[in-house]
Design a binder for this molecule. Structure first.
Ligand code: GLA
Length: 659
């Protein structure tokens, strides 16, 4: 993306769905709406390569020229997200299979096996043509590889994938003895004599080997990434100076955003809040923080959002007036330098004809088009926000390897959901108005005053030592239950849980005591409330109890603990607290760590963030509440979105208002 000159604005452009006469009008209306960038060609493969090896780029040349003439930058898709029907007719083995052996047929999209060398070869051939053809085109800005990898085909279990999995395992383990050891195959007579006997974890009569399942998550993520990297390699060679991205999905289990981040020049995210969810902005806040953190605070792109309703929920609520603006600004407030939509012109046919678009079926005399155009103008008025960054005193750690392992079957409780656990912790910081980065556990933590570990079930010994060193050096750490339980191969470390964290936390967990569905227990001490989902038998070995269970099977036992370690403090939460008690705990931890909100005394539902650049500091205020809100600032500030207003120390935000 052209760096830091403005906040880009636009959307997916699918001109092949419309007669060519429409394109000139598209350009005029795009200018009217303030569009500065489109992402084009995402589903154009079948039209540019109608028959194998026969290319028809003429129409797409004209699209690019139109855009170039209109001064609109192109985030050019590699067109490989939906293979044309001829590919699977010619090579049926490219079609993916699910765990029960059933095939996924063409007719939708993303109907390819990620391991398929045939798919990768045909895709790379197209990308070579495309990159060569448009390398010098003045409108080309950024490459958009594939589209939402793993959205529909997350994992494939076909024979091609099985062979690729065996190759991958060979590289990972070297010998079959190592594999047997890593997978604990002494259990249930699962010992392999050669790699040739190994299969993906296809549907089995009962629980498939957990380490095999965990490796299949890793392998499948890697297979998707190899598709991306194969195209990336072509683009790098042909257009070394053009940045490359791919649009990730939020909290998307099949795709490890931290592992993909180093291979992208700019992170980009598609985000579709549910307008019927009153918590939608808090859920989004987690993903936005993660996008910003994944490449060390570098501005990212909101590559897709809906102007109003989507078409794929059971009930597709429209965004109320002002909501789209508010949520777009939220992305910018949390580090985005681009706001794009799916899609420019609403489709006439196909599965997404009821999905909203910037230019609705009803045309320009519509609320949606007016709101879009207003936002386009507004974003254009503050170009100097682009390139600015933010910093946080708190970090939350999460890890895809641990997520995959946590949600395997045959655990003390199958109600543990990584996204929900992460969000519950993130939300308490969000509500307290604290800026937070989201990182994998192997990052340098020394810049943070507070580190929160919602749940790292799988924790490597190195990462556990890193946490120890962090606290020893004066850091404040909050670790929640069922963390540090298994190694990379989902094997328990004996000697009392959580083995590698016992010294740091100053305790030993003897037995897990998950709570039955709907059951609650009381917790009292320095914080009071109720808890559900989880409890455990904790023995203090240096830590002190901050709060104890006061009823239920574990009455009298510690529920929350604190341990002075080196120059810092490690807190442990052995249950799931209700939201109020969780806030009380986080307030105590924050006070000890001296982690302050971005702005003190913020009214409820108002989000405040800061982005700073050379000599400029932007404070963003967003009112997510249903009523108006008054924010007192420490000093008068000028509202850049109301250029005629005098600087003021009191800001009144209308419902869904932004300053
Ligand atoms: C995803 C896809 C788009 C479109 C939208 C609809 O984000 O990338 O092509 O299908 O969903 O919400």
């Amino acid at each position: 993306m052209t760096a830091a000159s403005r906040l880009h604005f636009g959307g997916d452009y699918n001109p092949e769905q419309w007669p060519e006469e429409t394109w000139a009008e598209d350009m005029l209306l795009m200018k009217e709406a303030g569009v500065t960038m489109v992402t084009a060609g995402i589903f154009s493969w079948a039209k540019v390569e109608p028959r194998p090896g026969e290319y028809d780029f003429g129409w797409f040349d004209r699209v690019m020229d139109h855009l170039g003439d209109a001064g609109i930058r192109v985030c050019l898709a590699t067109m490989t997200a939906s293979p044309p029907p001829w590919l699977s007719r010619l090579h049926p083995e490219v079609l993916p299979e699910s765990a029960d052996g059933s095939r996924r047929w063409p007719g939708g999209r993303q109907h390819y096996c990620p391991s398929s060398p045939v798919y990768r070869t045909y895709a790379a051939r197209l990308v070579e043509r495309l990159a060569t053809r448009y390398a010098e085109h003045p409108a080309l800005d950024t490459w958009h590889v594939g589209n939402e990898y793993g959205c529909h085909t997350r994992q494939c279990y076909c024979d091609v994938s099985a062979a690729d999995f065996r190759r991958w395992l060979g590289e990972r383990y070297g010998t079959v003895e190592e594999l047997n050891d890593a997978w604990s195959t002494a259990f249930w007579s699962q010992r392999y004599d050669t790699f040739d006997e190994v299969l993906p974890p296809r549907l089995a009569p009962t629980f498939a080997n957990p380490a095999q399942q965990l490796d299949y998550w890793r392998f499948s993520d890697d297979a998707l990434r190899q598709c991306y990297l194969a195209e990336h390699a072509v683009l790098r060679r042909v257009t070394p100076d053009v940045p490359v991205t791919t649009n990730l999905m939020p909290q998307h289990k099949p795709v490890d955003a931290f592992a993909w981040a180093p291979h992208q020049d700019v992170m980009s995210l598609d985000y579709y809040q549910d307008p019927y969810d009153p918590m939608a902005h808090r859920v989004a806040a987690f993903s936005f923080d993660l996008m910003r953190s994944a490449r060390d605070g570098q501005p990212w792109m909101l590559l897709e959002q809906a102007p109003s309703a989507v078409n794929w929920r059971p009930r597709n609520g429209p965004k109320k007036p002002g909501t789209m603006r508010l949520w777009s600004w939220q992305a910018v407030a949390q580090g985005a330098d681009a706001v794009l939509y799916f899609q420019w012109r609403q489709s006439r046919g196909g599965a997404e004809k009821f999905h909203s678009a910037m230019l609705p079926h009803a045309g320009t005399d519509t609320r949606v088009f007016r709101e879009v155009a207003d936002l386009g103008r507004e974003l254009a008025s503050v170009p100097e926000i682009a390139g600015t960054r933010s910093r946080a005193d708190a970090a939350l750690l999460t890890d895809w390897n641990s997520w995959w392992a946590l949600e395997l079957d045959s655990h003390p409780s199958t109600s543990l959901d990584q996204s929900l656990i992460n969000r519950a912790h993130h939300q308490t910081l969000f509500e307290a108005g604290v800026a937070c980065d989201i990182l994998p556990p192997d990052r340098d933590l020394s810049a943070y005053r507070l580190v929160v570990v919602p749940n790292l079930y799988l924790l490597t010994e190195d990462d556990a030592r890193r946490l120890e060193a962090y606290v020893e050096g004066g850091g404040h750490l909050l670790v929640s239950f069922f963390s540090g339980i298994v190694d990379e191969c989902d094997r328990i470390r004996p000697g009392g849980y959580p083995a590698h964290l016992r010294r740091l936390l100053g305790l030993r967990t003897e037995e897990f005591w998950p709570l039955d569905e709907g059951a609650r227990v009381s917790v009292h001490g320095a914080l009071n409330g109720t808890a559900d989902l989880w409890s455990e038998v904790i023995h203090l070995e240096g830590a002190e109890a901050v709060a104890r269970f006061t009823d239920g099977d574990l009455a009298g036992g510690p529920a929350v603990t604190r341990h002075a370690f080196g120059s810092g403090t490690a807190w442990y939460l052995g249950t799931r607290l209700d939201a109020t008690a969780m806030r009380a705990l986080m307030d105590q931890v924050r006070a000890a760590a001296d982690v302050r909100p971005v702005l003190p005394g913020l009214p409820a539902h108002v989000q405040a963030t800061v982005r700073e650049g050379a000599g400029t500091r932007f404070l963003f205020l967003l009112n997510h509440g249903p009523g108006s809100a008054v924010v007192e600032l420490p000093a008068p500030l000028r509202d850049r979105l109301r250029p005629d207003a005098e600087p003021a120390a009191t800001v009144t935000l209308a419902p869904r208002g932004v300053a």
